[in-house]
Design a protein around this ligand. Sequence first.
Ligand code: SF4
Ligand code: SF4
Length: 186
Amino acid sequence: MFDSVKGFGVTFAHMFKKTVTVKYPEVRDATAPRYHGRHILNRHPDGLEKCIGCELCAWACPADAIFVQGGDNTAQERYSPGERYAADYQINYARCIFCGLCIEACPTRSLTMSNEYELASDNRRDLIFTKEQLLAPLLEGMEQPPHPMRLGNSEKDYYVSGVDNPGTSIGAEYSSTERQQQEASS
Ligand code: SF4
Ligand code: SF4
């Protein structure tokens, strides 16, 4: 009898506490700033891709969720500074556990994670994101690759100047819903 009263006491006490649930999807609380959401393949300030097709992210992934196929840049067709680029890049979100090991492994900071978490789908095919889906959008001043290197003659120019001019994933670190809201309010 006493235990029952004690139990109801806990329930009663919680009735007057602040509600922590929200009416999703009508209401969306902001995630923690470092929340691990959908990945982004970032770009240099001129639009060239930061990914060099090295596959380190794929090797680091404990869930075997990443597929990378490297390709050679040529003078006529350049997608990234240096010798190599990712000819194909896929992440399978049916496998990904959002651990972040892949972004730690990436030597060029090409791969980062956004706060976007709305990734559910009713079929597996749609959970395999292609390179086109993962690439950061082109911002003002960026040009769609392939194109020559605009920031210098060697890939070093990109990484040395990268400290002050890091390129961007700006706009891609937000969910598509947040992006639409930002565009509407600007
Ligand atoms: S977050 Fe983890 S599981 Fe997902 S792709 Fe990266 S390494 Fe693999
Ligand atoms: S995302 Fe980074 S680690 Fe993965 S292939 Fe590209 S450069 Fe290498």
